[in-house]
Design a protein around this ligand. Structure first.
Ligand SMILES: O=c1ccn([C@@H]2O[C@H](COP(=O)(O)OP(=O)(O)O[C@H]3O[C@H](CO)[C@@H](O)[C@H](O)[C@H]3O)[C@@H](O)[C@H]2O)c(=O)[nH]1
Ligand SMILES: CC(C)[C@@H](C)/C=C/[C@@H](C)[C@H]1CC[C@H]2C3=CC=C4C[C@@H](O)CC[C@]4(C)[C@H]3CC[C@]12C
Length: 647
């Protein structure tokens, strides 16, 4: 697509920027940065947003409309499969070059397959290797011996389910995976043939503190630090027990213990998560999503803020556990260097586009779906309800808020029912939010449901979402993945934490609506738009197709194999253990390989100091290019690079 020039007037300067239209996701009208000026926010794929101030509303609105129109035209073109003569020429040239290169490679590496041990010996001797063959098999990276891999996680269904999918993949690939989490999930984990180890904690209790107080609000911090101290001690010790004997730990950072346990066991350590947790200017931290976009500096700072806050409130307990149970010296954020840890994000790169400033060891793998719907038969009455909606040519929506509990469930149900009637749609209702309430006071009568609403307890979303025209939910990472994969418009009413992030994301992608409040009018209107807006429907359908083409589990397993050597380089040398409180040798120089607090900048400037194997993954991975951009100091150059990367 030809780039289009946009000019913006920064105070006292003139800046010219080139933004390819295909990299613009969306436009928003907002208040300008300067008081009294109308503003416009440009949301860019995998990049921080750009802000423009205008001298009048008319000018701003004109600009918004013009850009939106052009975007539509560009999108229509992109969707068409016919190549322009120019594109055809490029494609032919690329194919010819590829063929030429593979010919050369075959000659050079004719004997490679015959001797994989040569690769291993080169790894051991520290000879840098560059993997530039796009057809290289992952067998080249796969460890020769099966590994005992412990996946450590806490939280609710959505925090466990992705690991079940991952572990099924690892099992099939000959590894020995284990899931370490709350007892409540033992049966479910074992049903899938995966080994289980218990860690402390009651998911409902963790959920309650989040929903009632909001994530990391002063009230949350007060409750966590006053009521969860004992639990936290139990979590740390039980996690250590659960991880003993492993060759590798993959941990959701919310579980907090893994990085230290890996240090004590001297084994490689990966993080995996459902929500953004790694510094970037493109997205805010999952728990710090502002109601209006604040730009790259805010986004970046939000991670530093959370890393510090999280560490500050847990440090003293962690350090005394390290000393007593792990035999390790106290640590600090600078020593831990969490930003160096290889990271697997189990969301789709089409939903959360990997930002330019992610390091090479941070991978966005695609969702780890656990399909439970294939062997599931719907109850006859549910099937009849769906068939009737189809026969009556009525739009069918799903409404459910997962494991979230609310203070007035009766009112919520009433609003939902009224909104469904107002939007004139049929609705499958999963009323999880009442469970909590029913237990408390069963005498309060239920809200009667009209015939257009059918209530279910639960159903596998991979089956259910194929039947519907739109979904309304809480924006849990997994549920968002499920409705986007089905290609249906997604309305998200967030309750806490990362749900605000996913609500913003679906709105930015144009595939859904961020619902701020559940009122009859707001939900009714959102339902109507989601079931009638062709543009939203088209975008959702396209995104669904992209997600269905990804294989998150396979990508993640490949990433684990590829980054394993990198992870090993981070293992801290620990010649001397604390024993009987004796003298401990300071081993700091043995593992500190960047200066304090510069790591963020290093990652941003894209000059990774670990040249290998980071460079190898860069040459291979589809995320590539992490280290390839130069200094990025001005808005203009950032935009240009955005274009280079995806263009
Ligand atoms: O009837 C049901 C209910 C759920 N699911 C699936 O179960 C998973 C639930 O995942 P998710 O939405 O991520 O989980 P929750 O436990 O509801 O959400 C918690 O965990 C998520 C992952 O960390 C966070 O994003 C949320 O904020 C947090 O509330 C998804 O794959 C759903 O498709 C079904 O198939 N059928
Ligand atoms: C000093 C201790 C007591 C402090 C640090 C601990 C606070 C706990 C209660 C907080 C810290 C991080 C929180 C946390 C992080 C992320 C998630 C994922 C989400 O999907 C469910 C809630 C869950 C699992 C919550 C639960 C409550 C946690 C675990």
């Amino acid at each position: 697509m030809p780039p289009h020039p946009l000019a913006s007037l920064l105070y006292g300067t003139r800046t010219k920027m080139v933004i390819p239209f295909k990299n613009i996701l969306n436009l928003e009208k907002e208040k300008g940065f300067r008081w009294g000026y109308p503003g416009m926010v440009v949301v860019i794929r995998g990049h921080e947003e750009l802000f423009f101030d205008f001298s009048s509303n008319g000018l701003r609105d004109d600009c918004v409309v013009t850009v939106l129109r052009t975007l539509e035209a560009v999108r229509a073109l992109q969707e068409s499969v016919i190549l322009t003569p120019h594109e055809k020429k490029d494609a032919d040239a690329a194919a010819a070059e590829n063929q030429l290169l593979s010919g050369v490679r075959e000659d050079l590496h004719a004997d490679r397959d015959a001797d994989p041990s040569e690769i291993l010996s080169r790894i051991e001797s520290g000879t840098p290797m560059i993997f530039d063959d796009p057809n290289a098999s992952i067998l080249d990276f796969k460890p020769t011996k099966a590994m005992r891999i412990t996946c450590l996680t806490i939280g609710s269904r959505g925090d466990i389910q992705p690991y079940i999918a991952l572990c099924k993949g690892l099992l099939a690939d000959g590894q020995h995976p284990r899931i370490a989490t709350h007892r409540e999930f033992q049966g479910w984990v074992e049903k899938h043939g995966i080994e289980f180890a218990p860690v402390e904690g009651d998911p409902a209790e963790l959920m309650r503190v989040c929903v009632e107080n909001g994530m990391f609000t002063p009230r949350f911090l007060y409750q966590a630090t006053s009521q969860f101290r004992d639990w936290f001690d139990g979590l740390l010790t039980s996690s250590y027990e659960a991880c003993k004997g492993s060759d590798l730990i993959i941990e959701s950072p919310s579980a907090m213990a893994g990085i230290h346990i890996a240090e004590a066991l001297s084994i490689p350590y990966f993080r995996a998560f459902t929500m953004p947790w790694t510094r970037t200017r493109a997205y805010p931290h999952a728990f710090a999503v502002p109601s209006h976009k604040q730009g790259g500096a805010y986004n970046y700072m939000s991670y530093a803020f959370f890393d510090n806050l999280f560490w500050q409130i847990s440090a003293s307990q962690i350090n005394s556990w390290r000393r007593k149970h792990l035999g390790l010296k106290p640590t600090s954020l600078e020593k831990l260097q969490p930003n160096k840890v290889p990271f697997l994000y189990n969301f789709s790169p089409s939903v959360v586009v990997p930002p330019l400033d992610f390091s090479d060891w941070v991978r966005v793998t695609g969702y780890w779906f656990l399909d439970e719907g294939t062997a599931w038969t719907p109850p006859a009455d549910l099937q009849a309800f769906i068939d009737k909606a189809r026969a009556d040519k009525q739009k069918l929506v799903y409404i459910g808020f997962g494991s979230v509990t609310v203070s007035d469930p009766r009112e919520l149900t009433q609003h939902v029912v009224d909104a469904v009637l107002k939007a004139d749609v049929r609705c499958i209702l999963s009323k999880g939010w009442s469970d909590h309430f029913d237990k408390k006071d069963a005498s309060v009568p239920e809200v009667p449901l009209p015939p257009s609403v059918f209530q279910i307890r639960s159903a596998p979303h991979d089956w259910l979402f194929k039947q519907i025209d739109a979904a309304v939910h809480h924006g849990g990472a997994g549920t968002t993945g499920a409705s986007l994969r089905a290609g249906v418009p997604t309305i998200i009413k967030p309750f806490f934490g990362d749900q605000y992030f996913f609500a913003t994301r679906v709105e930015d992608l144009g595939v859904g609506i961020h619902l701020r409040k559940i009122t009859v009018n707001a939900l009714g209107k959102a339902l109507w738009i989601a079931t009638h807006d062709d543009r939203m429907w088209g975008k959702a359908r396209l995104l669904g197709e992209q997600i269905r083409n990804e294989d998150g589990v396979a990508t993640a397993i490949t990433a684990v194999y590829r980054d394993l050597d990198y992870a090993r380089t981070l293992i801290k040398k620990r010649e001397v253990k604390i024993e009987g409180g004796g003298e401990v040798e300071d081993t700091e120089e043995a593992w500190t390989f960047v200066e304090n607090d510069s790591d963020g900048d290093v990652a941003r400037l894209g000059e990774p100091e670990v040249v290998w194997p980071a460079s190898s993954s860069r040459a291979q991975g589809s995320w590539g290019g992490g280290g390839a951009y130069g200094k990025r100091t001005s808005l203009g150059s950032m935009v240009l690079r955005g274009g280079q990367r995806t263009g």
